[in-house]
Structures are given as C-alpha cells and as structure tokens.
Design a protein around this ligand. Sequence first.
Ligand code: ADP
Length: 392
Amino acid sequence: MSKAIVVLNAGSSSIKFSLFLEKGESLELDVRGQVAGLYTAARFEAKAPNGKILSEKAWPKGASLNHEEAIDHIIGYLRSEVAHHTLVGIGHRVVHGGRSYQQPVRVDAMVLKVLETFIPLAPLHQPHNLAPIRRALERVPDLPQVACFDTAFHRTQPAVAQMFALPAELHEAGVLRYGFHGLSYEYISSVLPGIDPVAAKGRCIVLHLGNGASMCAMLQGRSMASTMGFTAVEGLPMGTRSGSLDPGVILYLLSQRGMSPAAIEDLIYNKSGLLGVSSISSDMRTLLTSDDPRAKLAIDLFIYRIRCALGALTAALGGLDAIIFTAGIGENAPAIRSRVCRDTQWLGVVIDEKANTTGQGRISAQESKVAVWVIPTNEELMIARHTQALLK
Ligand code: ADP
C-alpha cells in the first residue's frame, strides 16, 4: 500500500488529473486522464503511464457535464482506483496567487475566499481552477488540498521587473507584472542542477513554447524577469493569443472600432497569435507543414519576437550561460529551435544540428559559448511534489 497524491488542472472545458504514488522519497506517476468537452460532449478517459486506456466514458450531447459533475466523476473513479492505496491529498494548479502567495498553500474555506478575490485578475482561468477546490471541500472535507500557483515562482523578481510605469496607486491596487507558467519554470529550475550545474548557478533563459508561450530569465534558478506580465496574454505571440500589443491598439479598437471589452478579449485571447496571422491554424505542426505564405509569416513573427525577447532577457540578466527549450513546441519542433538558435549566434550560440534533430538533452555544439538544452517540463510532478512537501 502506497500513499497517493492527486493533481488536478482545471481549465474552461476540461479537467486533467494525475495520480502519483509515493515510492520512498520520490513520486511515480500511476494514472493520468481527463474529462474533456465540459458543457458540450463530455468524455472521460484514464490512462496508464504507458498510454494503455484504463477507463473511459462518453456522455451524450445535452446530458453533458459541468465542472462539479466532472469532479464528482474523477473523485469517484480515483476512489476505486486508489482503494488499495491511501489518498493523502489533492494538489491543484491555480493560475493566480496574487501578491500574497509566494509559495503553495493548504486550502481551507478561508484561503479559498482569498483566492476568489484574484478572479478579476484572471477571469478566464481562476474560476475554473477554483471550482474543483470548492467541490472537493464539500465532498471530501477531510482530504487536504494544496493550491500551487503559476505566479508564485516569479515573486523573486526585482521590484522594477514587476512594475508598470503607472501611477503608484495602481501598483498598490495590484496592477503589476505577475508572470505565469511558474510551475513549469520551477520544475526546470529543480532539475537543472543535475543536468547542467554551471547553468543552474548562472544565467539561463527558459523558453516555454506551447499553446501558451512565455520566456523566463533565471539567475541561480530564480526568476528575474518574464515575458508575461499582468495577464498571460503579454509577451510572445501564442497559438491564439496576440502577445504584447501597443496599449494604443486596445484604445483604438474601443473608441474607433466600437468594439466591446468582451469582443476585444475574445480577439486577443482566441483569434490572434499564430491563428490570427496565418488564418490557418493555431497548431505549430500544421503551420510547419503548410506551403501557404501566411503560415510562413506567422512562424516568422513567432521567431522574430522570441529573438527580440532573448535579447531583452539577456540584457536583464547581464549575460547568458544557457538557453532551455521546453513544452509542446520547445520539446518537439527542431525547426523552431534551429531558427531561434541561428538568430542567437550573436550571443555565441552554436547549435549542433544533429543533436537538435534528436531533441534530447544538450543540443549546442561543443564550441558554443552558451549551452542549449531541451528539457521536458512536468508541471504535474511539480504540483505533486509541493503537495507532498506541504502535507509533511
Ligand atoms: P499547452 O500550452 O496547451 O500545454 P503544449 O505544451 O501541449 O500546449 O504545446 C502545444 C503546441 O506544441 C502546439 O502548437 C503543437 O502544434 C506543438 N507541437 C506538439 N508537437 C509538435 C511537433 N512534433 N512539432 C511541432 N510542434 C509540435
């Protein structure tokens, strides 16, 4: 019999879960799965780490699930799955911890109330992240729950990196650069000493390139700057998000185009980025295999903005020892890595194209002044580790 930790990652239309078992000091993935298609045509599946399907179920359209019902189904499944183990806690991915939470926190009704006050800061994500916590507090009140925040890792940034040049009153009210993808960066920071001890003690830029994309400058494993700010729409162009815009564009859309705030939100979160520029797809795989010049333009813009951000973050660090690629595109797209590295030759980066094709471990040439790595991220394991540590 082992101790088991559940990790939940709830989005607007899906809830992903992972079950980890304690094996001595380490944690081993036992099951992962999700309920997808919430509010439309829900589907549940649970898989073993080798991909074998352990359980699945589909709900007919019209009889579909909301977040609470999906959580009930997942808890029911996990209770039968862990009947021979001891479930010791649930770790949740929560996008926003505001300024208050610089570390994961055990959640009770009081803490949940505080986390609800951050909903205006992340209205598209925070309510979904909190729904499973609320439901589990009702259904399994004795089971400890831990909230792990995407913002927390960035609270080590110098004050200037967290500020907008706005009146102080707005900063005091919480209008500041929080940074996101913190659990991914923290995971990379946690494994880096075992992979590249020099980089772990030095200056690194991590490129988290997935549907959401951001970059983080780290000094001695701690966040010093990030491309994402007040919201997860700042910085690089992403699958469907615009990335940084001149604020004047928003004012123009409001005052000259008569767009509502909701329509602008939809534009910059769902219709821009790779999808908006290409008019083809938000999926990098599709764009990379397309002959359409609009697909090429979208990729060119993505690369160009990464190049500019690499320069800016290198300046923030005062130099660079390592570049690390992670997440869907970072881990799986050699063509993108190759172009980013070629654009970074001025920093002394020399890529080993053969190593880049395999995409594992070090992909820079021996003579490269800056080491370049591909390191798969593991946000779920990071949450499970935090949950384990906090409950001890
Ligand atoms: P999310 O932010 O949703 O977690 P992921 O980290 O899974 O996203 O990344 C999704 C992105 O990774 C998509 O743009 C997808 O096209 C891209 N991707 C995944 N595999 C490959 C691949 N083999 N080549 C190029 N891009 C890939």
